[in-house]
Design a protein around this ligand. Structure first.
Ligand code: SAM
Ligand code: SF4
Length: 329
């Protein structure tokens, strides 16, 4: 397999594929109540098209793939797609990010189809608050889904919590304490200024540092061996805990210098930076019958133009024209 190093000495080996922009929840910071007008079916890449891009990308150095969305589990025949991607020779790590609502029935077939790691987004353990943030009443389903993932043996299980002042800051310790008994990696993510109008405000953000201090005051957090670190999270644990606690700080400590990611949107645009609207269209060349080597060249060319860094400021986020549900968070 070739290795692709971009112009800023970063090895690009991670692809996030958004299989759909649709979702069965309406998280207030991600989608308006009425939803976004969905991308038309003809514009969405077929699973075969996505698998071809993945195979070709794997030939220029992609070895890790995450399936995301919108909500990946609402796209029909998602198991078929997992089965297309899992056997690609160079893909060593296949994972998914999901809101967990449909996991109870899908955890086992996902695992058997090739998903080895799952991230579940969950911002509140309180049913009323969960309903408030997701505009849906599915906390019970998500918690059952998480239990099923444990039962099936998918590991690690990461629980992503977007920390929002005045909403779930009083639950930070509840989430952290879960790791005392359960083998989850609970990760607190700084609230980013993406999403519908007025959903974000500076004062709603809580820095990773503030969250960590709060948890440290309850019980000391010990850093986890950095050799094992992968991804942007800084990882800690309580002494003798079953799980771990991570902090992802896109605002207070952006991780551009180690960013190894590419993203494919459901309508076939390759994005090399979450915060840049620069996109390379793959759908048109694919549908016009380009060869694998032409596709490889387009992907490699986009990687070489990956920005060195983007200031992660509210004004930069606000300028991004796609929401997270469309980019594939
Ligand atoms: N639907 C799936 C889910 O919720 O896990 C996958 C897609 S969702 C866009 C991916 C992640 O983006 C979720 O963990 C969600 O909390 C996060 N996200 C969306 N908008 C965000 C924002 N404004 N700030 C921080 N995280 C955000
Ligand atoms: Fe759906 Fe995920 Fe966005 Fe929530 S964060 S609305 S679950 S895509």
């Amino acid at each position: 397999m070739n290795e692709l190093i971009d112009n800023h000495h970063r090895k690009i080996n991670y692809l996030r594929i958004s299989v759909t922009d649709r979702c069965n929840l309406r998280c207030v910071y991600c989608m308006p109540k009425e939803g976004t007008s969905p991308i038309g079916h003809a514009e969405i890449l077929s699973y075969e098209e996505m698998a071809r891009i993945t195979r070709v990308a794997s030939e220029v150095g992609i070895s890790k793939v995450r399936i995301t969305g919108g909500e990946p589990l609402v796209r029909k025949n998602i198991l078929y797609f997992v089965k297309l991607i899992a056997p690609i020779e160079n893909i060593k790590d296949l994972s998914m990010t999901t809101n967990g609502v449909l996991l109870k029935n899908l955890a086992r077939p996902l695992f058997e189809s090739g998903i080895k790691r799952i991230n579940i987004s969950l911002d509140s353990l309180n049913p009323d608050k969960y309903r408030e943030i997701t505009r849906n009443n599915c906390l019970k389903e998500v918690l059952e889904g998480i239990k099923e993932v444990v039962k099936v043996g998918i590991s690690p299980i990461k629980i992503n919590v977007v920390a929002i002042r005045g909403f779930n800051d009083d639950e930070i310790l509840d989430f952290a304490k879960l790791t005392l008994s359960y083998p989850y990696q609970v990760r607190f993510i700084e609230f980013m200024p993406f999403g519908p109008k007025n959903s974000w405000a500076q004062e709603k953000g809580i820095t990773s540092r503030e969250i960590k201090e709060k948890i440290d005051n309850f019980q000391e957090l010990l850093p986890v061996d950095l050799a094992r670190k992968n991804g942007p999270a800084k990882i800690f644990r309580f002494k003798e805990a079953a799980g771990e606690i991570g902090f992802i700080s896109p605002l207070s400590d952006h991780f551009c210098s180690t960013c190894n990611r590419l993203r494919i949107t459901a309508d076939g645009k390759l994005r090399t930076c979450l915060l840049s609207d620069e996109e390379t269209d793959l759908k048109v060349p694919l549908r016009e019958g380009c060869s694998d080597s032409e596709l490889k060249k387009i992907i490699a060319g986009a990687i070489l133009k990956k920005p060195k860094k983007q200031a992660a400021t509210p004004s930069v986020f606000k300028k991004c024209s796609r929401t997270m549900s469309r980019i594939g968070g």
